[in-house]
Write a protein that binds this ligand. Structure first.
Ligand code: NAP
Length: 313
C-alpha cells in the first residue's frame, strides 16, 4: 500500500475524468488520475475529427483534444498515472484502489469515470477487416462507403440512427437484426421503413465477414429460425449492438442498473457507496457524448468537493 492518503482518486481519463481532475485540481485537491494503461484518453483517442465539441469552430482531432485536457488537468496539480485499476475496496471510510503493478492507493473519495466499450460481434473476419470494411461509428466512417453497399447490425436506436444516416452515402443500406421485433423507438423504425434505400433482414445474424487483401466485400448471414445462410454484399459493415460499461474491476461493489451502468442518486453523481461518485459513459447509456461526459465530470468534482468539505468541517 502506498504510504500516503489521497483526498481524491479519479479512475478513468476520458472527458469526464479529466474535467473532474481540472475542477478538483483548481480547488487544491491534487487529484490522482489513474488513466489506464491501454486506452488512456478513452474513446476519443480512436476518433479523427471532432466537430461538435464547443470551442473549436474548425474541429479538433480526438487525440489532440484529450492531450489538451490532460495538460490542463496537470497544470492545476493533477497527477496522471498510466496504469489500469484491477480492483477496489470501498468497504471502509478509506477507499482502496489497486493497480496492475500491485500498488494500492488509499483515498477519502473516488470518482469512477471508466467509460464503456463498443460491443463486438465476435465473428470471423470482424477484427481482420476492422477499419477497412467493419466500423463501429457511422458518423466517423460512413463517408468512406459512398456509392457502395452498406450493412448495419442491431435493432436498437443506435442501429436505426446509423442506418438512416448512412443512406446519405451507401448505394443501399441493409439492416440485419437477430429478432423480428426492434428495440428502437417506433418513430425511428417508421422512418427507416419509409426510406427506400433501407432493406431489412430480420431473425438473422452475421456469421462471417469476407473480403479480399484490401477490403471487406460480403457477409455470411444466417437465419436463426430456418438455419439457412445467404451471402450479402457489404463494403461497409456497421456494428451497432450497444456498449458495455467498464465496471468489471468494481467486482460488484457499486450498485448497477440492468444495462450495466452505475446507479447514481437522481441528478447527482453519488453512487450506492458514500464517498464514491461516477460520471460519463459508465453512468450514461443514453447521450454518450464527449461534452455530456465532461459536464458530468464537472458535477462529480463538485459532489466530491461537497463530500470532502463536510467530512473535514
Ligand atoms: P440497445 O438499445 O441496447 O440495442 C442493442 C441492439 O443490438 C439490440 O437490438 C440487440 O438485440 C442487439 N444486439 C445486442 N447484442 C447483439 C449481438 N451479440 N448480436 C446481434 N445483435 C445484438 O443499444 P443502442 O441502440 O446503442 O442504444 C443504447 C441507448 O441509447 C438506448 O437507450 C437508446 O434508446 C439510446 N439511443 C437513443 C438515440 C436517439 O434517441 N436518437 C440514438 C441512439 C441511442 P435485441 O433487441 O435482440 O436484444
Amino acid at each position: 500500500m502506498e504510504n500516503k492518503l489521497r483526498k481524491v482518486i479519479i479512475i478513468g481519463s476520458g472527458p469526464a475524468g479529466y474535467t473532474a481532475a481540472i475542477y478538483l485540481g483548481r480547488a487544491g485537491y491534487k487529484p490522482l488520475v489513474i488513466a489506464g494503461a491501454l486506452t488512456p484518453g478513452g474513446q476519443l483517442m480512436n476518433t479523427t475529427e471532432v466537430e461538435n465539441y464547443p470551442g473549436f469552430p474548425e474541429g479538433i482531432l480526438g487525440p489532440d483534444l484529450m492531450e489538451s485536457m490532460q495538460k490542463q488537468a496537470e497544470k492545476f496539480g493533477a497527477e496522471v498515472l498510466l496504469n489500469d485499476v484491477t480492483s477496489v475496496d470501498f468497504k471502509s471510510a478509506v477507499k482502496l484502489v489497486t493497480t496492475d503493478d500491485g500498488i494500492t492507493y488509499g483515498s477519502d473519495a473516488v470518482i469512477v469515470s471508466t467509460g464503456s466499450q463498443v460491443r463486438k460481434l465476435g465473428v470471423p473476419g470482424e477484427l481482420e477487416y476492422s477499419g477497412r470494411g467493419v466500423s463501429y461509428c457511422a458518423t466517423c466512417d460512413g463517408f468512406f462507403f459512398r456509392g457502395k453497399p452498406i450493412t448495419v447490425v442491431g435493432g436498437g436506436d443506435s442501429a436505426f440512427e446509423e442506418a438512416l444516416f448512412l443512406t446519405r452515402f451507401g448505394s443501399s443500406v441493409t439492416l440485419i437484426h437477430r429478432r423480428n421485433e426492434f428495440r428502437a423507438s417506433k418513430i425511428m423504425v417508421d422512418r427507416a421503413k419509409e426510406n427506400e434505400k433501407i432493406k431489412f433482414i430480420t431473425n438473422s445474424v452475421v456469421d462471417e465477414v469476407h473480403g479480399n487483401d484490401v477490403e471487406a466485400t460480403s457477409l455470411t448471414v444466417r437465419n436463426v429460425i430456418t438455419g439457412e445462410t445467404q451471402e450479402v454484399e457489404s463494403a461497409g459493415l456497421f456494428v451497432a449492438i450497444g456498449h458495455t460499461p467498464a465496471t468489471k474491476f468494481l467486482n460488484g461493489q457499486l450498485k448497477l442498473n440492468e444495462d450495466g451502468t452505475i446507479v447514481v442518486d437522481g441528478a447527482t453523481t453519488r453512487t450506492s457507496v458514500e464517498g464514491v461518485f461516477a460520471a460519463g459513459d459508465v453512468v450514461d447509456n443514453m447521450y454518450r457524448q464527449a461534452i455530456s461526459a465532461a459536464g458530468m465530470g464537472c458535477r462529480a468534482a463538485l459532489d466530491a468537493q461537497t463530500y470532502l468539505n463536510e467530512k473535514y468541517s
